[in-house]
Design a protein around this ligand. Structure first.
Ligand SMILES: *Cc1c(COP(=O)(O)O)cnc(C)c1O
Length: 413
């Protein structure tokens, strides 16, 4: 192993300063927030400025910051305000934080299958899960590549359903020349450590709808009617506020976002060129009319060509110090205990007790694209600080590993 390690090129990582964009701007803002003595965003100005600038950069009318991407999704679901047992269509390949808020609001996540090459839900897979209890659709633009929104928005309109966009992985991703997050009814973003820009933990919601915006503001703030003549706590709601320490960092991160995305796209395109013609390795399929902003760079591996498929190739890349993730989340979300055993409030199983049996049928036969996607996907870490040298290193590592493993296939026969 030791001679292997000598040949390892360290890659910038989004878990520490090697792959994050913090600098004097963030330090100065945090110091100013501290000096002001005001660290709550209800009184300070950093978070408010961030909210306005973020919304305006995307072209949305309203933006509200909150404490995480999970909180952002929860806020959006709460604004839609489902009745207990209503169904919300979503994807089984996502972060759990995109799903548990649906359950907390008493609704039933109903999973639509994904396209095995883009890993995203489609109008067709969503349509097959519609019922008279469907209340909303959540689309997740996975890895930075948008869902094919044209048909999805048409479908939603035909059924008068709001569309919540989970954009945690898709900052400045565009579709038909518009930023994701502004195509549907509400856009949700995460500022967690590993996202395009970060405050460690944090989130944002955006919308053009004034009433939804007000409801989201209230939900983040214990539903206390700030500014109202007879303010009260109007409905059940948590404190999901972002603090001024985070707001100060967020405001300094925002102007860096364009550069972050430019670098990620440029180096991703370079890797795609460098991997052209590698047998058994499929480079990302970008949605028509889209700009993919590469939160991660996914390869799809053909196990008929490469011995061991995504797991085999991923093992070789990990030996080269490339912290890749074969199979991404390992199993579809509905195979996790919270769904499989309906572990929710005490032993009540609520709200799953309200569900139609078909809505909670997680039989493998309903999800061919999902199982296919997870079996084949190899997720490469991607970062704004990658240089051509990093790209060359990754390309060479993939080519060499693919060549080694495809020779083994021949020998095994
Ligand atoms: C990261 C992420 C979330 C959750 O965000 P947190 O800030 O970690 O709560 C939700 N959905 C997707 C698609 C994510 O990638």
């Amino acid at each position: 192993m030791s001679n292997v390690n000598e040949n390892v090129l360290p890659l910038p990582s989004d878990q520490d300063s090697t792959g994050r964009t913090f600098g004097p701007e963030e330090l100065e803002n945090v110091a100013a927030a501290l000096r002001s003595g005001t660290l709550t965003s209800t009184k300070g100005n950093f978070t408010k400025q961030f909210e306005q600038q973020f919304a305006s950069q995307l072209g949305a009318r309203f933006g509200h910051a909150c404490s995480s991407g999970t909180a952002a999704i929860h806020t959006a679901i709460a604004a839609i305000d489902p009745q207990p047992g209503d169904e919300i269509i979503t994807t089984p390949i996502t972060d759990m934080g995109g799903l548990t808020p649906i359950i907390y609001q008493g609704a039933i996540p109903v999973f639509a299958d994904v396209d095995p090459h883009t890993y995203n839900v489609t109008a067709k897979t969503i349509e097959s899960r519609l019922s008279d209890r469907t209340k909303a659709i959540v689309v997740t633009h996975l890895f930075g590549n948008p869902c094919a929104m044209g048909e999805i928005l048409e479908l939603a309109k035909a059924h008068n359903l709001p569309v919540i966009e989970d954009c945690a992985q898709s900052f400045l991703t565009s579709y038909a020349d518009r930023y994701v997050g502004t195509l549907g009814t509400i856009g949700c973003f995460s500022l967690q450590q590993g996202k395009h820009i970060t405050t460690g933990e944090g989130g944002v919601v955006v919308t053009d709808d004034e009433q939804l915006a007000r409801r989201m503001f209230l939900f983040i703030n214990k539903a206390w009617g700030y500014g109202d003549a007879n303010a009260d706590h109007y409905f059940l709601a948590p404190n999901y506020r972002m603090s001024e320490l985070q707001g100060a960092v967020a405001l300094a991160q925002l102007p860096k976002l364009d550069g972050v995305v430019e670098n990620r796209v440029r180096t991703a395109e370079a890797l795609t060129s460098a991997l052209r013609g590698v047998a058994g390795v499929e480079t990302p399929r970008i949605t028509d009319g889209a700009v993919h902003t590469f939160w991660k760079y996914c390869l799809r591996i053909d196990e008929n060509v490469i011995e061991g498929g995504a797991v085999g190739l991923g093992g070789k890349l990990r030996e080269k110090g490339i912290a890749c993730a074969p199979r991404y989340i390992q199993k579809p979300a509905f195979r996790c205990q919270v769904f499989r055993d309906q572990v929710t409030f005490g032993d009540s199983r609520w709200p799953f007790t309200l569900a139609r049996p078909e809505a909670v049928n997680y039989d493998e036969s309903l999800f061919p694209g999902t199982f296919d996607a997870l079996q084949h996907v190899l997720v490469l870490p991607w970062n704004e600080k990658y240089t051509q040298e990093h790209v060359d290193y990754i390309a060479t590592s993939v080519r060499e590993a693919a060549a080694e493993l495809s020779r083994q296939t021949v020998e095994a026969r």
